[in-house]
Ligand binder design. Sequence first.
Ligand SMILES: [Zn+2]
Length: 264
Amino acid sequence: MHRPRAATVRFGNRIQGMNQGDLSRAAEILRSAGRVVAFTGAGVSAESGVPTFRGAGGLWEGHAVQQVATPEAFHADPLMVWRFYDQRRINLTKVRPNPAHTVLARWQDRFPSYQLVTQNVDGLHHAAGAREVVELHGSIWCVRCVGCGHEREDRSAPLPDLPPRCSACGGLERPGVVWFGEYLPARAMALATAAAEACDVLVVVGTSAVVYPAAGLVEVAASAGGKVIEVNPEASQVAHLAEVELRGPAGVVLPLLDELVGDR
Ligand SMILES: [Zn+2]
């Protein structure tokens, strides 16, 4: 009970002590920016309580998640894979966007041009009011037929029948997410790359940027002259490209930054 409170207080002090100058610099960069891209990863969702599955506890019923979230696993046992995703969908109905999601949605009305790009599949950016989100890893609320390719949004959790079947062709449906070993959706990747190339500022939030294409997008933005602001509790793989590094949880740092940017 006492531990989380102590941790919060310590974090609060760190943010006040360490980030004030950096916060001001980041706010100044954003204030004069016309084209802004925000690029988010699992850290933003983790602050809402969404498990990342990449840590030591990345197991589900004794399976490594890397063995559940693959096309091979789905081919071998679609029901097992669907039970995993159905449970994740059920868990997500109990999760709410945090202040980081709120700020990142609000920015769509703040900057002349703004693109939100995420690696998250949970739909929390939409839940916070974001209208246009490029979802590089798809969406857990999207269901796609492996037979005819028909895609639909389905928000029911639990799903009434597992595994679900396509109403058009009767084929097996799969979760509309990108699995280990699969390519990212070409259209989403093209949109994200174009936005990164054209941006004045890229704000990287809550991603370690270890996995492709995270590092690539930041490199694209930086080499095209965009300024990179990193919001992360710890330095990521792309921290060396960042003009400003803001160390702390996104749900704390982004509201402070947003307040400093103020009304344009
Ligand atoms: Zn179909």
